[in-house]
Design a protein around this ligand. Structure first.
Ligand SMILES: [Ca+2]
Ligand SMILES: [Ca+2]
Length: 280
């Protein structure tokens, strides 16, 4: 009997030890399994932040290239402008443009591409006669469409042109107001032009000058005149000599005073300012 009790006690104590070891091992395993998962999650969490910070920003996004050029990246990822390699083939004759050299180009892209080649002395320009190369370096669009014979602006037509131009500018301003395309500042000028006859031409003329001066340096360059010049030259044969004449001191820029005088508006009538400088 004693022997039996002794055997039973021994068995129980062995079982207890085994159970306790098993429990310990389970704890240990659970701990070892959970720990790597936690660490993995931590690694994943940590790796999320740098990815978010490294959002790819195209270095070309803020690089401005002239017409006929495209932005590319150097091996070091630095943006630079280079001549556009290929212009899409245009079949629509309305896409053609007439240059200031009175030559027709298939598209504005083709004209500016050639200007770029000549500016950077590309082989495609070097093949041309030297005086042509020099002319092409400063080539620009004179008007849209194929080059055609333009009637000469007579003295009588030119004398009447400032009035026609003022009238046209007022109509354009009105149209834009009707289409909700004017800012509240210029809309106020337009309303004033509608109701106050003395402001009618002045406001329209000032608004257009402000609108054309996209660089806000208070001078309209030849390039900035492009939006009114190019679409109208073929239709209004007086507009080119008229606009050329507005730059009375020939410095290639039209100041507000030159513009207003050109439109034959009395200088003392100028009171308004452009929206961007009105608070000065
Ligand atoms: Ca300007
Ligand atoms: Ca000038």
């Amino acid at each position: 009997m004693k022997c039996y009790l002794l055997l039973l006690g021994l068995t129980i104590s062995i079982l207890c030890v085994n159970f306790s070891e098993a429990k310990h091992k389970r704890k240990k395993y659970r701990g070892e399994i959970i720990k790597p998962i936690k660490e993995e999650l931590k690694v994943e969490e940590e790796s999320l932040d740098p990815v978010e910070e490294e959002i790819f920003i195209d270095p070309c996004a803020n690089k401005h290239c002239s017409p006929g050029q495209v932005c590319k990246l150097t091996e070091n990822g630095q943006p630079f402008c280079t001549c556009i390699e290929e212009c899409s083939f245009e079949t629509d004759p309305r896409r053609k443009v007439c240059s200031n050299l009175n030559t027709t180009w298939n598209s504005d892209c083709a004209l500016y591409q050639m200007r770029c080649w000549c500016k950077y002395r590309d082989q495609k320009c070097q093949e041309l006669p030297e005086d042509t190369q020099e002319q092409y370096r400063h080539m620009h669009i004179n008007y849209y469409g194929e080059c055609k014979f333009l009637e000469e602006c007579t003295e009588g037509q030119m004398a009447d042109f400032p009035r026609r131009m003022r009238d046209w500018l007022f109509n354009v301003m009105q149209d834009m107001a009707d289409r909700d395309e004017l800012s509240p500042y210029y809309l106020k000028m337009e309303r004033e032009a509608q109701t106050n006859l003395t402001k009618r031409w002045t406001n329209a003329v000032i608004w257009k000058w402000c609108d054309l001066d996209s660089s806000h340096n208070r001078a309209v360059s030849r390039h900035e005149l492009f939006p009114i010049r190019a679409p109208l030259v073929a239709l209004e044969h007086c507009i080119a000599p008229f606009l050329d004449g507005c730059d009375s001191n020939n410095d290639h820029e039209i100041t507000l005073n030159e513009w207003v005088k050109c439109m034959e508006i009395e200088e003392e009538e100028i009171e308004a300012h452009c929206e961007d400088i009105r608070d000065e």
